[in-house]
Design a protein around this ligand. Structure first.
Ligand SMILES: [Fe+2]
Ligand SMILES: [Fe+2]
Length: 125
């Protein structure tokens, strides 16, 4: 069972950006299910790398979209993006081969991001 699924009410009314957000939910659920099913955490590094690359791609697209729309809260919003990007990079740096601890951090970090940023802040633009 997925940890946390995307729902239509999370839509930001832009089909491309909704697809990006769904992909982030998928990454979270894949990591979570991996842990729940097998306690297998070897795949966490690819997941971190995927999250890192996809986040860069998504945030760039989102920032472009906010600029085009002249969204007023863009500066504070971009500051949140930078902080999240920094936390993902920290996760990468702290990863040393094993690990349940980093896996848990990844789940918490991405879970909180989806709850507090994607389904709250992103819906303001
Ligand atoms: Fe977003
Ligand atoms: Fe955002």
């Amino acid at each position: 069972m997925p940890l946390f699924s995307w729902r239509p009410e999370y839509s930001v009314n832009d089909p491309a950006l909704d697809i990006h957000h769904r992909k982030l939910f998928d990454i979270l659920n894949a990591v979570y299910e991996n842990v729940m099913n097998s306690l297998e955490v070897d795949n966490v590094l690819p997941a971190i790398n995927e999250l890192s690359a996809y986040t860069k791609y998504h945030l760039m697209a989102e920032e472009r979209y906010m600029r085009e729309k002249g969204f007023q809260g863009i500066d504070a919003h971009i500051a949140e993006h930078r902080l999240f990007t920094h936390k993902i990079e920290m996760l990468k740096t702290n990863y040393h081969g094993n690990n349940m601890e980093v896996t848990q951090e990844l789940i918490v970090l991405l879970g909180e991001w989806l709850l507090q940023h994607v389904i709250r802040e992103d819906r303001k633009y």
